[in-house]
Structures are given as C-alpha cells and as structure tokens.
Design a protein around this ligand. Structure first.
Ligand code: G6P
Length: 613
C-alpha cells in the first residue's frame, strides 16, 4: 500500500526520491518522509500529508547527500501523523528504515524488546522491526545485511523494506516478502522502488526481488542477493519495456481522465497479436501450455477484489456462454478464509490490475497448495501474481496511476472475452461463424469507445444536475449488472456519494423503498438482453418519482421517453456491451467528483495497490 523509493550512487538523492514518491503516491498519500545519509549522520524529514507537503516542509533544509530512502504512507498501524510516518529509526538512531506491508507478530516482538529496554516513539509495526534489527546487530555483532536477514527470520507478515546505516554512504539493505520491490540497476548506482515507474527515467535494467529475498545494494558492487534462509541467489536483470510518457499526464488534468481516454488504445494493445488477420483464430501465448487443462476443467473459480471482481463477474458470463465451463466468482478475501473446496481439476484464475493485491495473492497460494491449476490476468509485468501462477495473460493497459481503475477494467474484459472465445472454439462450443462475427465486432470496439468518449460534454452537463445527490442507485441486467456494480463503485470511490449497484429486477425486493424524487437512478438499458424487462423496471422507478439517467443504444426511442437523461452508446453484440456501457459511467463519476471538489486521482482512504489484508 505504501510507496518506497531509495537511491544510492553519486547523484543528489533528494530530487530523485521526491520525484519517485510522487509517481508512487497512488499507493498511499497520508504522510511522507525521507532519510538522507551523509558521512556523519542521517537526516530524517517527514510530515503528515502528501509528497508536496513534504517538499514544503523540507524547503530551506539541508537535503544533500547521495544515498537516501523515501516513503509515502497508507496508514495501517497508528494514525497518519508525523511521528508514525516513515522513515523510522532504531533506538540508537543509527539505522533508518522504510517499510511497506504489515508485521503481524509485531506486538510479541515489541514486548520482548521492551523487556530488553527498548522504548518506542510511534505506534507502528515498522519501528518495532528496525529496533529488532538493531538488537540483532548489537547482540550478534554482525553486519547490517546479516542482522536484517536474521531479524526477518523472526518476522511474520508482509514487507518490502530498505534499511540504511549512519555513516555508510554507499550501501543499503533491501528485502521483500509479499510486498513488491524492484531494483533499478544503473552505472555505479541503484534505484529501489515499489514499482518500476520511479526508475524508468534513469534505467531500464531492473531486478525483481523475489519473495523472502534480501539484497545488499552497494553502489560500487554488483547486487548480493540471498534468501532469508541464507541461500545465495543470482540477480537476473530484466529489461523494462515501459516508456516515460506512458506514466505522465500527457496534457490531461487528471490521470483518471487520461486513462479513460486511453481505453481505445489499451483495448487495441490488449488484442494486438492475439487475433489472426482473418478474425478466424485467437491465440493467447501466455496460456497455450495450459489450454488443455482449462478445457478439461470441471470449473473455473475466479478470485479478485474491487473492480477486478466486477470484471470477474463479466468473465463468468463470457466463459459460461462461450466455453460452457461452470464458473464461480469469489471475493479473494472470503475465499481464502472459508475452507473452500478446491480440486486438482479446478482452474483458479486471479484477476488483478496490480498483480500485488494481498488477498488475491493469498487466495492463489491456497489454490496452488491444493493442487489446482492457477492462472492470472494482470496488468503489471513482473508483479507477484504473474510470478506465482502457472500461466497467465497480461492486459497491456499500460500503467494505471489513477486510484480508481478504468482502463484496467476494460482490458480485463477484453482478455476474458478472448480467453472465453478461444477455449469455447477449442471445445467446439461455438460455431466458426459466431466466433468470426464476435471477433469482427470486438475489433470494432475501440472505434466505438472513441464514439462513446464524445459524449463527455453531455455527461458533464448531467453531472452538474446530480452533483449534490447523497445517494445513487445503479441498475443493470445480465452482462450489464456487473457494469452497474462497477459504476456505483466508481462513484463512491471518488465522489464519496453513497451508491449501490443492483440487478434491475432485484430492485423491487428492497431498494425500491429508497426511491423518491431525490434519488438518481442510473440504468443501463441497451437494446440487447432483457430490454423489455428493463423498460418495465424503468417504469417502476418512474412511477415512484425517481430521476433517471439511462445508458441506451443509439436510436433508442422507448427509454428516451421515460428517462430524464439518456446517453447513447453504439450498437454491439450483447456480450461486448460492458466495454461500451461502462465508459459513460466512468465519465459520470469523474465529473461529479470534480464538481464536488474531490481529489479524483487520489481519493481519501483508498490506495491503488492493497498489499495488506
Ligand atoms: C484497490 C483499488 C481498486 C482495485 C482493487 C483490486 O481497492 O483501489 O481500484 O480494484 O484494489 O486491485 P487489483 O490490483 O488486484 O486489481
């Protein structure tokens, strides 16, 4: 959840770290801090608030030094204030640490350290860890590298850490378990970060530290990597393919808007190379070796969280429709704790933009232990889920920085569509004609999304009308029910308006009681599917005075007469409508949040990558 950046080399560390922290602010932004090392001391500067607050706080202070660590926090233990923000120091002040994750057994470690005379300033688990490292170092009389390794052997939980030592200006120690850490390799310099975005500007050579690995990062030497269990490892250098302009705002006022507008490109990128030129074949290299297993699976269980869980619900429709394999969709957090029945003939598929979500990762680990085939659909190359799975498919949405997921969602649906079609065709569940028609239609989706994006100014006007509402209800059926859920989630995430998504027909079993002339209802009423039934549901809303915003198919007349506002989307096959119907809902949330003065890219209390339970 938190963002980590560190630098060691010959350049000034401060600007590199601050710039990197800004790129990682999507991971947490309630406090920020930095530690800069010099020959004589470590200077720590930290404050509540965002990285810009840290910049204001450090202004005029001495920040020079060519080794440093920085952190942007999403609080887990202790309130977001200056004392609890990172870096934290050891008791003697000689060690400084930044940490992303949770030390689960920190209370027992803290108690044991207290009996040895340690006292603590903050409420954090992180401060306990750096005291533990100090304790090991002093009592066992070992190097910092060894002390960190031994201390981590006692730790239960998840962590990505970087530790530096007073007076040592060319070296720090980094380690990870369950939380991501990437090491950028420069010439006589190293960069460390929670993801590659702070690094790409300086080098495209990176080493992904594996779980339970620890690295000695010395600017004048090659990386020394070991496991926590003391087995030496080789550092494998990967080449990053990401470019700098893909992680900048590119003229848009917010990342979220930029990412909404990037969807036609992201969809094309996700399809690229996977569809034959004649639209008669789909090939997905990432799962080719496991295709037979998927085809023979008794069922596919999809685990995910948040927006990815909504994509999973659409995947359920797609896979059951096209491939006729039973699908169950589970919240990863529930699945892992409820003794699920997992058989070797099951395929467990995780969907995750970040590839780091702790609950999703743990659900997969459980499924792997039970012998299931585990697959992933992820956006971030090199993240933990793709490295854990037997096989998987990348979404190629490009870096998604806005905390509210947009283009990742659409590309997840594209991947699920391709996968369902491929498996369905291999199993003989879909005719060549149908297959060809759907693929041909899918190829047209980017253009159609471009058309939907042209409704932006109309949506802005609608947003003006509804910006002061306290509640919203989103309704959809079939393929568009998960879209309703996602629309409601988007609105509540960034505008803090209470919103619920419901299957339209289920409305009469409860939510209908909420409807009055104050209540905006967003209904997805596209021509295919249960159109007539949705029209009846709209009548029910109208009869109770609800204010209706409808997403309709181009040329619709019936709903237009009933709804207060209609947003048209191009006609397409029902199975593909979520790729279009979802876009106006993203824009609606964006504009409402903006009009309410909310921070669209960094909504309160949220984080983009939830690497804690
Ligand atoms: C967080 C984010 C959501 C995201 C969810 C799952 O809650 O704020 O936008 O949908 O995590 O993330 P994942 O990276 O696994 O898709």
């Amino acid at each position: 959840m938190c963002g980590i950046v560190a630098y060691v080399g010959s350049k000034d560390a401060y600007p590199i770290i601050v710039k990197g922290l800004k790129r990682l602010e999507y991971r947490g932004y309630d406090s920020a801090g930095i530690a800069i090392g010099s020959d004589s001391c470590i200077t720590i500067l930290k404050t509540k608030g965002k990285v810009s607050d840290l910049e204001a706080y450090t202004s005029g202070k001495n920040t020079s030094g060519s080794i440093g660590i920085g952190h942007t926090r999403w609080a887990t233990h202790g309130a977001p204030n200056q004392v609890n923000s990172h870096p934290h120091n050891s008791g003697d002040g000689k060690l400084s640490i930044i940490h992303n994750g949770i030390i689960e057994n920190y209370v027992s470690i803290k108690t044991a350290l207290e009996t040895k005379g340690h006292t603590f300033k903050s409420d954090t688990d992180t401060e306990v860890l750096v005291h533990l490292i100090e304790d090991v170092k002093n009592h066992e009389n070992v190097s910092l590298f060894e002390a960190v390794r031994i201390a981590l052997g006692e730790v239960v939980g998840a962590y990505a850490i970087v530790v530096m030592e007073e007076g040592i200006t060319n070296e720090f120690i980094a380690a990870r378990k369950g939380s991501p850490l990437v090491i950028g390799v420069g010439r006589d310099e190293y960069y460390i970060a929670s993801d590659a975005t702070p690094i790409i500007e300086y080098t495209n050579e990176v080493v992904y530290l594996e779980d339970s690995e620890i690295a000695r990062v010395n600017s004048g030497e090659s990386l020394e990597i070991k496991t926590i269990a003391n087995v030496s490892k080789t550092a494998y250098i990967h080449e990053l393919e990401m470019s700098l302009d893909t992680i900048e705002k590119d003229g848009f006022p917010h990342f979220m808007l930029k990412e909404i507008y990037e969807q036609p490109k992201s969809i094309r990128d996700t399809m690229r190379g996977r569809i034959s030129p004649d639209n008669k074949e789909v090939k997905i290299g990432g799962i080719l070796d496991y295709e037979q297993k998927i085809m023979n699976a008794d069922r596919i269980i999809i685990v995910a969280c948040g927006t990815s869980w909504h994509a999973a619900l659409i995947g359920e429709h797609l896979i059951e429709d096209f491939a006729r394999i039973p699908v169950e969709v589970e919240y990863a957090s529930e699945f892992r704790y409820r003794h699920p029945i997992i058989r070797e003939t099951d395929v467990v598929l995780a969907i995750s933009q970040s590839g780091e979500t702790a609950d999703t990762l743990s659900a997969l680990e459980l499924a792997k232990e039970k012998g299931a085939t585990i697959l992933g659909i992820c956006n971030v190359v090199g993240s933990s889920i793709p490295r854990l799975t037997h096989a998987g498919i990348f979404t190629h949405a490009g870096p998604e920085i806005g905390v509210a997921s947009t283009k990742a969602f659409t590309t997840q649906i594209v991947v699920l569509t391709l996968m369902a079609l491929r498996i369905g065709k291999q199993k003989g569940m879909i005719s060549n004609t149908d297959f060809h028609q759907i693929i041909t239609e899918l190829e047209l989706i980017p253009e159609k999304v471009e058309k939907v994006l042209k409704t932006n100014s109309q949506i802005e006007i609608i947003a003006q009308q509804f910006k002061d509402a306290n509640n919203f209800l989103y309704l959809g059926r079939g393929y568009n029910f998960p879209v309703a859920l996602e629309g409601a989630l988007k609105l509540k995430e960034i505008s803090y308006i209470h919103a619920e998504g419901y299957p339209a027909a289920e409305m009469k079993h409860g939510p209908i009681a909420l409807i009055d002339d104050e209540m905006p209802i967003v209904v997805i009423a596209t021509k295919k599917g249960n159109y007539e039934k949705i029209v009846s549901n709209i009548q029910e809303v109208k009869a109770r005075g609800g204010r209706l915003i409808a997403i309709v198919t181009e040329g619709d007349k019936t709903v237009k007469e009933l709804a207060d506002y209609c947003i048209e989307i191009p006609n397409c096959f029902e199975e593909l409508t979520p790729l279009l119907s979802n876009v106006p809902l993203q824009l609606l949330s964006y504009h409402i949040a903006l009009l309410r003065g909310c921070n669209v890219d960094q909504p309160r209390n949220l984080a983009k990558s939830v690497t804690v339970e």
